[in-house]
Design a protein around this ligand. Sequence first.
Ligand code: WTA
Length: 642
Amino acid sequence: MVDSSPDEREWVTPPESFVETANVTAADCEAFREAGWPECWERPADLLDWDRSFDSVLDDEGTTRWFPGGRLNASYNCVDRHVEAGRGGETAISWEGKLGETRTYSYRELADEVNAFAAALREMGVGEDDVVTLYLPMIPELPVAMLACARIGAPHSVVFAGFSADALATRLAGTESEYLVTCDGYYRRGAALDLKSRADNACVSVDHAVEQVVVNRLDDDPAAGDHRAYADLVADHAGAEIEPVSREADDLLFLIYTSGTTGEPTLVRHTTGGYLTHVAWTSHAVLDLGPEDTHWCSADVGWITGHSYAVYGPLALGATTVLYEGTPDHPETDRLWEIIERNEVDVFYTAPTSIRAFMKWGEQHPESHDLSSLRLLGTVGEPIDETAWHWYRDHVGDGECPVVDTWWQTETGGIVLSTLPGVDRMRPGAVGKSLPGIETDVVDELGESAPPGESGQLVVTRPWPGMARSLCEGSGWGARRTRTVDGEWQYATGDNAVRDEDGYVHLLGRADDVLKVSDRRLSTTEIESAIVGVEGVAEAAVVVGEDADAVRKSEIHAFVSPESNVAGDDALRGRVREAVEEAIGPIAAPDVVTFTPSLPKTRSGKVVRRYLAAIANGEDLGDTSALRNPEVVGELESLLDR
Ligand code: WTA
């Protein structure tokens, strides 16, 4: 329950100096309201350059189409138009490499490389609507390749570089993608990892032929023959000018897989006009970005957060985006602060799990750097508790910066709930309300509005521009997440939430089997089925826990019950981890594996992950008498000594 008695409420007001210069003011919000839905979305669409203006904002007959009749190109909007505006010399991308290298791309240089690579892709035979898979770590070639695809109207499908060959193969097959851009390898915690052999293993297990382009990151010079070298392609096409393909607003910009509620990864498709409008507008309104700003979204571009707020949003607005290949504690725990100081970052956007890690490492790290360039902080990905919120504002934001807690999902394309930093008061621990032009509700099981203080599922009750294409058509997965209640459309987000008396939404976590650890969105079912596939394992359940040694951050904790004649030992532990690494990737491998004779279950036999999460986090379990086997809880607690 949320305490909503008026005198207990804590409000934090953004500083006057911020409000005075904010991109979006209270008057703008009023204008939004007056325009009404969906017409209010016309103004955000003006942030983009359209080749042909749209006939109407929304066509809601049958399938939902945003900006019908409109035509545009995302690469033109993110690159060319800034060069045409005389800003070609401004920095587009500032890259911070793993080994301390740095590289910057001005908008002019970005335009040159995007054009050259677009020409190369076209020469390889990539046509409009052909899917190009990008399996790359955080190197500048990743956004370059995304924009090159967008230029020729080929939807990209970025696969996070931490995924395994099996996971890549599933994604190549699922999108029928015949082109793969990858690299020889990359560095993680100082060690070189081989990506090329993973890519090769994936390609051989796909039914169709896949043509590979390989970026040379490690100077390994991978064996020639079966692929083209990125550097050669770009050099061969230097100076090429590729006319940006004019796409219909509803044409696909990209595909991205995410974890759904079942074991299977789910394909989410995003459009050109609606998505780009949504991310440009929210970058402008919530992250308060403009062309003069340096923005750093620390998420990996392999996930949606990186697509929207490290690439498309900031570049559409002509800002500088900082791209960072690394782990925040390598080589030193102050790496992030050093990067902010050196790049004079204005807006920093990160995940609560990272903030909790920064807290553990100590405030002396941010405080030993000059972070005075920062004027706004943001968080995304998981609920942020009040302590972490205040720590972030006090020690990173000098007690002054507004902090926007932004809620959204792969399916929503961009931010849906947040405070507007130039308009709204902030309430630590709550995300805020829906943005202007978006309507949400918290509903009970029947889809009826829950009163303030009562929890229910967060739903979005009107279409919004960044919504995935798959949410509004056909009978597939997307359509299954939408329903009509009393004639009103609803999109079920899968998150539980509660609204307070002021309408601010507090997120309570997932209502389904999706597991969130920072950027990582994984499916508990997918991990558990990989574990159960190991010989000798009877049952398994995974939860997210905080790292007990206070050295790292959130971790995946697996509770595994071996078959009765099998020992729960390090050998089995190793096989469990290997099985998950192979099926999904090292990012999904459990950090902790605890063996247990059985898992806590309800009388009807359902595993109660909630208790396991409490055990993993050393929290009080409350009443466990409803369990069929309450004794197992005590055994586990003593085993973990928490
Ligand atoms: C969770 C990431 C609480 C939520 C952008 C959602 C959050 C899932 C917040 C989507 C937040 C995201 N507070 N929870 N501010 N932001 N989430 O698709 O459970 O990787 O459904 O998109 O992250 O994760 P996804």
